[in-house]
Ligand binder design. Structure first.
Ligand code: PLP
Length: 408
């Protein structure tokens, strides 16, 4: 049985071209990029080339790229690094309720250090209202951090608009773009972004390497102190091969983004339509149109997300329920609760995230096996005890969305 991988939001397979680009930096050019001799210079050149490749993908300058050990580290540095560097200006950060835990837990950590954090609510599609950002800004606000796209429900935020408001109010703007870099066009200048986090393993690069874009002139304190690498912004001997892999992944993404997002969008829409048409009591989560090209996330009533995952796994299909971090815990996803879903419905979430190697045949195989899985689970699920009660009261009251995203 061939594996069908529909979990690209958790991680993507490392592309062959990326591995090929990395191998010489393990086998031959393994020097320390800080060394002055030829071996060190070769490693440093590989790293600087990667910096250039990544900068081009973002519309940034190479010097504005700080390589990190992950997207999580980039998020930590954005929040902690700005709060330290700008503590004279203020002690207030604005973020949203649906951020990844790399932001939310860092914000909670900063609250324990005495900072004030505003967690903006979102609407039923998971959208932040830019006007709410404007209203939340005070004299003491040093940073606004709103993710570009949500990792669970795929909603893409009006980042350029939020960035423009921050620029006007002279507040730094950070975006966690871990789910969008390489998948959605980004231009940090046009979008008024001061700081942006990304992670290589979400764009077919290696795990354990990320980057923080820091706009020229923006002050940020380092988290790691030592030999002054990355122009003093992140000490540590660099993960040269990983960085070269990220650079190559960025180059390929820039070349293929248009093709890939069209390919993904077609598969995504086939999945969404197929589930909504063939699984009774299912609904789309996130925005119908302003969403990641690769994200099909749904909630299925009267079924546990984990049970769906296990049954799909037995069919050789890899999917996810909520985010990879929340699955395995019994708490309902904070994102699904923030968009207003009741607990029982939030527990029945399924995230399918497609990628460049997926095919229509794979989507159709999923659509063959999934409705019977749901049917089977419903017959044995304790949750279906509530089903007859709901049916008695006239059935579940689902939000229905039309093409323009209006709820009716
Ligand atoms: N931010 C978002 C939106 C993510 O989806 C993830 C990973 O799932 C991260 C941050 C963390 O990135 P990393 O896995 O590189 O630490």
């Amino acid at each position: 049985m061939d594996l069908i991988y529909f979990d690209h939001a958790a991680t993507t397979p490392t592309r062959g071209e990326v591995i090929e680009a990395m191998l010489p930096y393990y086998r031959e050019q393994w020097g320390n990029p800080s060394s002055l001799h030829a071996s060190g210079r070769e490693a440093a050149e590989g790293m600087e080339h990667a910096r250039q490749q990544l900068a081009e993908l973002l519309g940034a300058l190479p010097d504005e790229i700080v390589f990190t050990g992950s997207g999580t580290e980039a998020d930590n540095q954005a929040l902690i690094g700005t709060s330290i560097a700008h503590q004279k200006k203020g002690d207030h950060i604005i973020t949203s309720q649906i951020e990844h835990h790399a932001i939310l837990h860092t914000a909670q950590f900063l609250e324990k250090q005495g900072l004030k954090v505003t967690y903006l609510p979102v609407d039923s599609y998971g959208l932040v209202d830019p006007e709410e950002v404007r209203k939340a800004i005070t004299e003491k606000t040093i940073l606004v951090s709103i993710m570009h796209a949500n990792n669970e429900i795929g909603t893409v935020q009006p980042i350029a608009e939020i960035g423009a408001i921050c620029r006007e109010r002279e507040v730094l703007f950070h975006t966690d773009a871990v789910q969008t870099v390489g998948h959605v066009p980004i231009d940090v200048r046009e979008m008024n972004i001061d700081l942006l986090s990304l992670s290589a393993h979400k764009l077919y690069g290696p795990k354990g390497v990320g980057a923080l874009f820091v706009r020229k002139g923006v002050r940020i304190a380092p988290l790691l102190h030592g030999g002054g690498h990355e122009r003093g912004r992140r000490s540590s001997t660099e993960n040269v091969a990983g960085i070269v892999g990220l650079g190559e992944a960025a180059r390929l993404a820039a070349e293929e983004l248009e093709w890939e997002s069209k390919h993904n969008r077609e598969l995504r829409d086939r999945l969404i339509q197929g589930v909504l048409d063939n699984v009774p009591d299912s609904l789309l989560t996130g925005h119908p149109t302003q969403r990641l090209p690769n994200n099909a996330s749904v909630c299925v009533r009267y079924v546990e997300g984990e049970s769906m995952l296990l049954n799909l796994d037995m069919e050789g299909i890899a999917a996810s329920s909520g985010s990879a971090c929340t699955s395995g815990s019994l708490e309902a996803s904070h994102v699904l609760l923030a968009i207003g879903l009741p607990h029982d419905l939030a527990h029945g979430s399924l995230r399918l995230s497609v990628g460049r190697d997926n095919t229509t045949r794979e989507v159709d195989r999923f659509l063959d096996v999934f409705p019977p899985i749901v049917e089977k689970l419903r017959t044995i699920s304790p949750l279906s005890a509530t089903r007859s009660a709901d049916e008695f009261q006239g059935g579940p009251d689902f939000h229905d969305h039309d093409e323009d995203g209006h709820e009716h």
